[in-house]
Design a protein around this ligand. Structure first.
Ligand code: NAD
Ligand code: UGA
Length: 452
């Protein structure tokens, strides 16, 4: 089979690399309109950092995995076309700030209608509002000229930083499609692709709408757990309970489970917030204001958690951070990725810049130009510096903020760091990553999230 994927981003690239790696009998071409991104996929420095990705791409690229900007040819030749374009929150017009912006998906559907010469299976890989397949189908069918299109929903559940492990051994693969004989045949064609390496019982098939809605629901449930434990972290701080102990105590109940209960400075990433906003918008659209408001609380709690952290930093540091050097360790939204989309670090740094702090940022994978774009500042901004390591960032600093849980931060020589800081040396661990007792023994005024 010839497979094409439109969109060579964090999902399209790794997902298609895994399919090519596992299914040598299929040819996979990933296309994008972004020339620089495609050039990077064809180079030694891939545009996405994911542990294990380089090796898989190197093994398949040029054999049965190709990256190209020739969208038309790839569509024309393909039997199956994945849509893996971005679906950000709309910033304009009706639903601005909440609804998903579907213009990229619609452009793909129109492009397929324009250039396809024979029947195609079109697979929604992007995260989409429930019933989007209806629109995609209408665009394709209105322009079909006798060609037949089957639409499938196959949402992606990988998490960044563990994408390759998640793709290699997914908890489940979800495929939704029409329950007609043609729809079922299309579902089977995609089941066969995944069944090459995923145990058959982990490949779930549903109708289109259940599949589309399950993706938004999964992200809403995951984010809800983080907001729930973060809400409790505020209560822990008021009562001398320890949120890590509470999380462990409740997580041993098999009905609750231990995962996704790590209290933090707030969840980030490109999807949780946008997908919940989208869910909230959909609920309102379908006349369900109580359901909308329930899920909106997850976002409100996350905003509160980020704001609460910056306020605590400022109030602890004698209510002023003006002219003080603050070392920010970690800028990515989580460890093991270079992605900064919606990272809590962006919000915290902006709050501190408003207070005229000098911030020195170190992240092992995020480049200075990305940080400048995120903070909306020029390269010569005098308040922000970019450091080559944690020691440079913390030299002469008044405070350290740990905002990403990079493993290397646990191995730092904190005595050496303390010795080169201004006193009192404050440390705010926004990830509950470090041993606060050991830091206090050195002399740090150290605090975490949800710890007394
Ligand atoms: P991304 O922004 O990294 O990549 C999307 C790519 O699509 C971009 O390179 C863009 O240039 C390209 N594109 C847009 N319109 C195009 C067009 N008309 N023709 C060709 N290329 C086009 O986005 P992403 O993080 O890969 O996310 C893609 C989708 O997957 C989103 O719907 C997202 O919600 C979902 N998702 C993301 C993750 C994740 O971890 N990032 C996980 C699961 C699902
Ligand atoms: C998340 C989901 O986990 C994926 O299943 C989903 O496919 C993806 O969104 C998506 O649709 O884009 P991702 O955002 O890459 O994946 O990473 P997560 O591991 O979910 O972390 C999200 C944020 O929550 C990070 O900022 C992380 O540090 C934070 N987090 C996570 C916590 O604060 N506490 C936790 O216990 C877990």
């Amino acid at each position: 089979m010839k497979i094409c994927c439109i969109g060579a981003g964090y999902v399209g690239g790794p997902t298609m690399a895994m399919i090519a790696h596992k299914c040598s009998e299929h040819t996979v071409t990933v296309v994008d309109i972004n020339q620089a991104r495609i050039d990077a996929w064809n180079s030694d420095k891939l545009p996405v950092f994911e542990p294990g990705l380089d090796e898989i791409v190197a093994g398949a690229r040029g054999t049965n995995l190709f990256f190209s900007t020739d969208v038309d040819t790839a569509i024309r030749e393909a039997d199956m076309i994945f849509l893996s374009v971005n679906t950000p929150t709309k910033t304009y017009g009706v639903g601005a700030g909440r609804a998903a912006d579907l213009r990229f998906i619609e452009k793909c559907a129109r492009k397929i209608a324009e250039v396809a010469e024979d029947d195609k299976i079109v697979v929604e890989k992007s995260t989409l509002p429930v019933r989007t397949a209806e629109s995609v189908k209408r665009i394709l069918e209105s322009n079909s000229n006798g060609r037949k299109f089957q639409i499938l929903s196959n949402p992606e559940f990988l998490a960044e930083g563990t994408a390759m492990a998640d793709l290699e051994a997914p908890d489940r693969v979800l495929i939704g499609g029409d329950q007609t004989p043609e729809g079922k045949a299309a579902i089977q064609a995609l089941v066969d692709v995944y069944a090459t390496w995923v145990p058959r019982e982990r490949v779930l098939t549903t109708n289109l709408w259940s599949s589309e809605l399950s993706k938004l629901t999964a992200n809403a449930f995951l984010a809800q757990r983080i907001s729930s434990i973060n809400a409790i972290s505020a209560l822990c701080e008021a009562t001398e309970a320890n949120v890590d102990e509470v999380a462990h105590a409740i997580g041993t109940d098999s009905r609750i489970g231990p995962k996704f209960l790590k209290s933090s400075v707030g969840f980030g990433g490109s999807c949780f917030q946008k997908d919940i906003l989208n869910l909230v918008y959909l609920c309102e659209h379908f006349g369900l204001p109580e359901v909308a408001s329930y899920w909106n609380g997850v976002i409100e709690m996350n905003d509160y958690q980020k704001r609460r952290f910056s306020r605590r930093v400022i109030s602890t540091m004698f209510n002023t951070v003006s002219d003080k050097k603050i070392a920010v360790l970690g800028f990515a939204f989580k460890k093991d990725t270079n992605d900064t989309r919606e990272s809590a670090a962006i919000y915290i740094c902006k709050d501190l810049l408003e207070e005229q702090a000098n911030i020195a940022i170190y992240d092992p994978k995020v480049e200075a130009a990305q940080i400048q774009r995120d903070l909306g500042i020029d390269a010569d901004n005098q308040y922000v510096t970019y450091c080559k390591d944690a020691y440079e960032a913390t030299k002469d600093a008044h405070a350290i903020l740990v905002l990403t849980q990079w493993d290397e931060f646990q191995a730092l020589d904190f005595q050496k760091i303390y010795d080169q800081m201004q006193l009192p040396a404050f440390l705010f661990d926004g990830r509950n990553l470090l041993d606060l007792e050991a830091l206090r023994e050195i002399g740090f005024e150290a605090s975490g999230i949800g710890k007394g």
